[in-house]
Design a binder for this molecule. Structure first.
Ligand code: DHB
Ligand code: FE
Length: 266
């Protein structure tokens, strides 16, 4: 049964699509080409890839919805940590880890080894948050997520960490690299039709949840990465850009990466 919200969204969508067709004097062939792209996206999608999401991201829609949802003044001081899009490669049930563990279960590539650490706090009180779960995932130095790459062990470069009383977290990971979003399907066809490149700057994804706090979905970006000002899916925000600091102290890490997260309570 239609809810008022469904009626409102459908009426508005129809209005805007009709305007779009009228304003551009859309031809049958052009409309069919659009439907064909959507059908291709549907055919290519399964639990390892989400091609419709790629289309929405290439058109900036997921970033727009993210901004509408969180309405955060980018980079304002004393705001909760900014959010960023989920992207298509999160997996549920990433391995539960202890603080200080590594999320690397494939090759621990020298030159990329990173010690990431920080604290999860309440953005208003500054108090540490106990029981916050950081769900983290990123690409291997070959630019692939583990589910895209038969050579990586299952759940490589993914983990979930739960904070104690001090709100602190820390783990080993690898410094990610710039990475092309999947380019061999409907998303790639759309990018090519627009003469656009498929690359994203190097990034690490997080979902952070804590009892009594609003969950955040976000990413941090390597300041020195190529494409930092030209993300193919428009997700970079200044407050999420970080420095990987070359590290000499820790023989197990090439880089030190401090970053702290601030959550808003309900
Ligand atoms: C997209 C996002 C990612 O983080 C990624 O690794 C690939 C694609 C996307 O928004 O489509
Ligand atoms: Fe990603």
């Amino acid at each position: 049964k239609a809810t008022p919200r469904v009626r409102q969204l459908t009426a508005s969508l129809v209005q805007h699509i009709h305007d779009f067709a009228r304003e551009n004097e859309l031809t049958i062939d052009e409309w069919m080409a659009g439907l064909d792209l959507m059908n291709e996206a549907g055919r290519m999608s399964d639990d390892r890839r989400n091609e419709s999401q790629l289309l929405s991201d290439i058109l900036g829609l997921e970033t727009l919805v993210d901004e509408i949802t969180f309405k955060l003044a980018a980079d304002a001081q004393d705001e909760p940590t900014s959010t960023a899009i989920l992207g298509p490669f999160w997996r549920k049930d990433a391995p539960l880890k202890q603080m200080g563990d590594t999320i690397v279960s494939g090759i621990d590539e020298a030159g990329h080894r990173t010690w990431m650490h920080g604290i999860v706090t309440d953005f208003k009180t500054g108090e540490p948050i106990e029981g916050a779960v950081l769900d983290v995932w990123h690409t291997a130095p070959n630019g692939l997520y583990e589910q895209q790459d038969p050579d990586q062990p299952d759940m490589n470069l993914r983990g979930r960490f739960t904070t104690g009383k001090d709100g602190k977290y820390n783990f080993y990971c690898l410094k990610p690299v710039p990475y092309p979003i999947p380019y061999d399907g409907a998303g790639g066809r759309l990018l090519k039709a627009l003469d656009r490149h498929p690359f994203r700057p190097a990034h690490i994804h997080f979902i952070i949840t804590a009892p009594g706090y609003k969950p955040i979905v976000t990413q941090i970006f390597d300041s020195k990465s190529k494409y930092i000002n030209d993300d193919s899916v428009f997700a970079v925000k200044d407050s999420l850009v970080v420095d990987f600091i070359p590290s000499q102290k820790d023989p197990k890490a090439d880089f030190d990466l401090p970053y702290s997260f601030k959550l808003a309570s309900y």
